[in-house]
Write a protein that binds this ligand. Structure first.
Ligand SMILES: C[S@@+](CC[C@H](N)C(=O)[O-])C[C@H]1O[C@@H](n2cnc3c(N)ncnc32)[C@H](O)[C@@H]1O
Length: 549
C-alpha cells in the first residue's frame, strides 16, 4: 500500500506471490490490475466510503487467497463474491487495517481524519463479520478448572501475560475465554520462549545423545520420545503442564475397528489406516531395540505402543510450528496456549513467530473477543478429514477446506497453440452450497475442473457459448461428473441416526464424517442434474432456431 499527497492507497499483488499469475488473472477478470491505486478523496456522494471499502476489499481478498481458495474462486465477472472464506475475509480486512495504520503514521494532518474513518469502518466490518460468521462455544459452568488455573499461575510466575482464563466448552474440552473485552490488535496471550518446549530444551540430555546417532531420526520424533518419559518425571520443570494433559486424546488414530469400518466408501478409511501403519512402523523400528540397549533411559514400561500412540496424539493435537528469532522453524509444545481451540472464524490468525524484541510469542487478536467469549485460533486451513484424523473433531459450521479430490487423467487434454492448458494439476469438488454461481457454465462447480473436463472432450473449445456443440460438450461433462458422484454416494451407504445415543465417541465421529461426505457428493450430483436441465432447455432452443432458420 502506498500513500501520497492526494491520499490514495495502492494495493499491489507481489510478484513473489507463488500464485501470482492465477491471482493476476482473477483480478483482471474483476476489472482490476495487479497494482491498483484507490483514491480516498472525500466526496459529497452518500455511501462513498462503503463503495471505496468494497473496492479495497475485493482486491485485498484476492491478494490474500490461499491455493485451495483460489481453485474455487469464481472467475465470473457477474458473480458477486460475498466472501471466499472466513480466514480470507479476516486476512483481507486486517491487511487493510495494517496499511491504514502505516499510512496514519506517515500522513499529513490533512488526511488523518479520512484515514481514521476508513480504519474505523474496517474495524466495524471485522466485528460484524465475526458476529455473523462464528459459531460461539458454550461454556459449561459446572466444571471447575483448578488444575488449569494452577498452570496459568505457574505461567504468570514465569513471565506469561494473559487476558484469558480456562473453562470447559461444550463439545470441545477445555478452551480459553476472555477475562475482559478484547479488541483487534490486543495481545490475548504472551508466552516467553523460556517455557516453550522445543528441541533446544533436550540437547543436554543423555536421551538426546543416543537418539541423534540414529540415522534419519527427526527432531519431532526425539521430542516425542522425550515427552513419553517426561510425563512421568516428578522433578520435571513442566510437571504442572504434563499433569493438565488429557489421559486420552480420542483422535482418528485411536479409532476402533468398528468405527473405521463405518468409514467404508470414504477416503478417510484408507487415510487413517495408513497413518496408523506409518506410526506402527516407526515404533517397531525403535522398540524394543532402544529399551533393550538402554533400559535406564528408555524403560520398557514407559515405551509401550499405547504410550507411544498417546505421545503421537499429544504432538498432533497440541504442537505448533514456531519461527524462532534465528529463523529456524521448530515444532513446539506451548503450555497454556495449548488450551486454545480451533475455529473456522478464528480470533487469532497469526501466532507463529517469536518477537525478537521480547523473546516471546504473542497471540494478537485479528477480531474482537468479548468478555466471557471463547477465544479461538486457526490450526490451519485443514479439511475435516485431517482434523478428524489428527485432532479428533469436526469443526462446526461450513468448512471451506472440505474437498473431495478427483483423480483426473490429464494426459488426454491436448495443448493447442494459444490455448494454455490449465495450470491446475489436481482437481477437486466441495459442497456446491458454498458457491454463489449456479448459472449455466458454472453450476456451483469449480471452473478449473469444468475447463479440464471440457478440454478433454473438445480441445478446440475456446469460450462458453450457447452453440449446439458447446452445449452438447457441457451435457457430457455434467453427465460424467454426476455418474462419478452417484457412484460415490452408492458406496457410502446411509447411516441410520436413530441409535446414536448408544454409539461410542469414535462411531459418532465416523457417522458425522460420512454424512458430511454424502452431503457434499449429493450437492454435486444435484448441481449437475440442475445444470443438465438448463442445458437441455438451451439445446431445445438451439434446435428450434435451426428448424425455423
Ligand atoms: C490444542 S488442544 C485444545 C485444548 C483442548 N480442548 C483440551 O481440552 O485440552 C486441541 C484439541 O482440542 C479439541 N478441539 C479443538 N478445537 C475444537 C473444536 N472447534 N471443536 C471440538 N473440539 C476441538 C480437540 O480435541 C483437539 O484435539
Amino acid at each position: 500500500m502506498d500513500y501520497d499527497e492526494e491520499c490514495s492507497i495502492v494495493l499491489e499483488l507481489s510478484e513473489k506471490d507463488p500464485f501470482f499469475d492465477k491471482k493476476k488473472k482473477l483480478l483482471q477478470s474483476k476489472g482490476f490490475s495487479p497494482k491498483e491505486r484507490i483514491y480516498l478523496k472525500s466526496c459529497s456522494k452518500p455511501g462513498w466510503m462503503n463503495a471505496t471499502v468494497e473496492v479495497l476489499l475485493q482486491i485485498a481478498r484476492i491478494i490474500q487467497l490461499n491455493e485451495l481458495e483460489l481453485y474455487f474462486a469464481e472467475d465470473d465477472v457477474c458473480a458477486s463474491v460475498e466472501f471466499y472464506s472466513s480466514r480470507n475475509e479476516l486476512e483481507a480486512l486486517n491487511s487493510i487495517v495494517l496499511f491504514t495504520d502505516i499510512s496514519l503514521s506517515i500522513c499529513s494532518d490533512l488526511h488523518t481524519n479520512l484515514l481514521q474513518r476508513l480504519r474505523q469502518t474496517i474495524l466495524d466490518l471485522i466485528s460484524d463479520f465475526g458476529d455473523k460468521n462464528s459459531v460461539k462455544g458454550t461454556v459449561e459452568k459446572e466444571h471447575r478448572c483448578d488444575q488449569e488455573e494452577g498452570l496459568i499461575e505457574w505461567g504468570e510466575n514465569n513471565g506469561v501475560t494473559t487476558q484469558l482464563k480456562i473453562a470447559y466448552i461444550e463439545g470441545a474440552g477445555r478452551g480459553a475465554i476472555a477475562r475482559k473485552d478484547l479488541k483487534v490488535g490486543d495481545i490475548a496471550l504472551e508466552i516467553p520462549v523460556s517455557i516453550i518446549i522445543s528441541e533446544e530444551l533436550l540437547r543436554e540430555t543423555d536421551m538426546y545423545g543416543i537418539l541423534k546417532e540414529i540415522d534419519g531420526i527427526s527432531s519431532e520424533t526425539i521430542l516425542l520420545l522425550w515427552s513419553m518419559k517426561e510425563k512421568y518425571n516428578c522433578d520435571s520443570k513442566f510437571k504442572i503442564y504434563f499433569d493438565t494433559l488429557p489421559e486420552k486424546f480420542n483422535t482418528g488414530l485411536s479409532f476402533s475397528i468398528e468405527a473405521i469400518t463405518m468409514l467404508d466408501g470414504t477416503l478417510l478409511l484408507e487415510e487413517i489406516m495408513q497413518a496408523r501403519q506409518h506410526l506402527h512402523a516407526q515404533y517397531d523400528e525403535l522398540f524394543p531395540v532402544l529399551s533393550n540397549n538402554f533400559p535406564d533411559i528408555f524403560p520398557p514400561e514407559l515405551y509401550t505402543w499405547e504410550k507411544f500412540l498417546w505421545a503421537c496424539e499429544l504432538w498432533y493435537t497440541n504442537s505448533m510450528k514456531i519461527m524462532y528469532s534465528d529463523g529456524k522453524l521448530r515444532t513446539c509444545l506451548i503450555p497454556i496456549a495449548g488450551f486454545l481451540n480451533h475455529s473456522l472464524c478464528p480470533h487469532v490468525l497469526h501466532y507463529g513467530k517469536v518477537d525478537p524484541a521480547t523473546n516471546s510469542l504473542k497471540f494478537c487478536l485479528s477480531r474482537p473477543c468479548r468478555y466471557g467469549e471463547e477465544c479461538c485460533l486457526s490450526y490451519g486451513s485443514f479439511s475435516s478429514s485431517h482434523l478428524l484424523t489428527f485432532y479428533g473433531f469436526l469443526p462446526q459450521g461450513d468448512n471451506p477446506y472440505d474437498v473431495i479430490p478427483l483423480d483426473i487423467d490429464d494426459s488426454d487434454v491436448d495443448s493447442i497453440e494459444d490455448i494454455p492448458v490449465s495450470s491446475w494439476t489436481t482437481h477437486m469438488v466441495r459442497g456446491t452450497w458454498l458457491s454463489k454461481n449456479h448459472n449455466i457454465f458454472y453450476y456451483g462447480l469449480p471452473s478449473p475442473l469444468l475447463d479440464n473436463l471440457r478440454r478433454s472432450r473438445s480441445p478446440m473449445l475456446r469460450t462458453k457459448t450457447f452453440l449446439q456443440g458447446s452445449l452438447e460438450t457441457e451435457l457430457e461433462v455434467l453427465d460424467n461428473l454426476k455418474n462419478i458422484f452417484d457412484d460415490m454416494m452408492h458406496c457410502m451407504d446411509e447411516i441410520d441416526l436413530d441409535d446414536r445415543e448408544n454409539c461410542s465417541w469414535d462411531e459418532n465421529l465416523a457417522m458425522d464424517f460420512k454424512n458430511l461426505q454424502r452431503r457434499i457428493a449429493h450437492s454435486v450430483s444435484t448441481s449437475c442434474q440442475t445444470g443438465m436441465e438448463m442445458l437441455k432447455n438451451e439445446l431445445y432452443k438451439c434446435m428450434a432456431e435451426d428448424i425455423q432458420g
